[in-house]
Design a protein around this ligand. Sequence first.
Ligand code: FAD
Length: 307
Amino acid sequence: MILDRAIVRLLPAVPRPVVQKLSERYIAGAELKDARETVRRLNAQEKMATIDVLGEEITNEDEAAAIVRAYLDVFADIERCKLDSNVSVKLTGLGLTLGHDICRANLETVVVDAASRGNFVRIDMEDSSTTDDTLQLYRELRAAGHDNVGVVLQATLRRTLSDIRDLADLRPSVRLCKGIYVEPPEIAYRDFGAVRANYVRSLEALLDAGCYVGIATHDEWLVGEGKRLVKERGLEPAQYEFQMLLGVRDDLGGRLVRERHRLRIYVPFGRQWYEYSIRRLQENPRIAGYIAADTIGRFVPGRRNGA
Ligand SMILES: Cc1cc2nc3c(=O)[nH]c(=O)nc-3n(C[C@H](O)[C@H](O)[C@H](O)COP(=O)(O)OP(=O)(O)OC[C@H]3O[C@@H](n4cnc5c(N)ncnc54)[C@H](O)[C@@H]3O)c2cc1C
């Protein structure tokens, strides 16, 4: 446990090739064809997908435009290959830090293309410096008549219940997650139990407001609470979904599918894999073991394949 925490702090110093190897299970690959194959495999297991083009480190308009083009390629591919998948976008990847208008235009291009193909765009939620802008852009798109778009809310944030009340008039499609970013205690719950409690309260509020919810968690207790809350409200499987990340808790996901709940898997792909990988590895409770095994594999001949 102490070793785990130390390694989490040191992760940014771990060589990139090691990070890349460790994160293979969380990322479909570098190219669209890798995402396609992963989604095909998931669909064959009766799991839906949401494809994420990795690219949050953009610094100029051309890079944001490249991300937009990548999403248009994704939609064309989903349609051509008849995949059961929507997409998830990060507004920083679409130019949020470059300016509101640039980001809005890019987001609208993606959403309009999705609509023309009967598809849907989920706007991921990033750190708290982006929450207001993200919700504002979501409102603007809905006000402009785009209904094939949804947002993400984070149970870690103290403001989330209030955001649910503010958004309720839109009956938003919401992915509810705990929230991955480390935020100051003034605005975020730090205690594990408090985050869980806020998750349950937020889920109840969303369901009671008639929202379609993506219950995004691998926390078995919360999955149980999610099942209880949808059952109490007599919801059909088509009226909500569970969501999980590629490479995390396949066992729990498989169980949900066998119980006839809908499950969507988050499938990231792209060349800019590093930031995403670090975040996933920092959450992995067995990270110390993986890194130790990998390191040993580098120094003990013949050990690598078996590690
Ligand atoms: C589909 C989806 C989309 C998401 N989108 C966003 C978003 O837009 N914004 C945002 O801030 N966060 C997002 N997240 C991340 C989320 O906020 C949490 O950080 C993450 O899901 C871990 O929280 P948890 O609810 O699974 O509970 P935890 O208590 O963190 O995890 C429960 C259990 O799951 C397993 N587990 C969790 N993570 C890993 C891992 N990396 N490797 C191996 N095992 C693991 C462990 O067994 C752990 O005990 C998303 C998560 C999902 C599932």
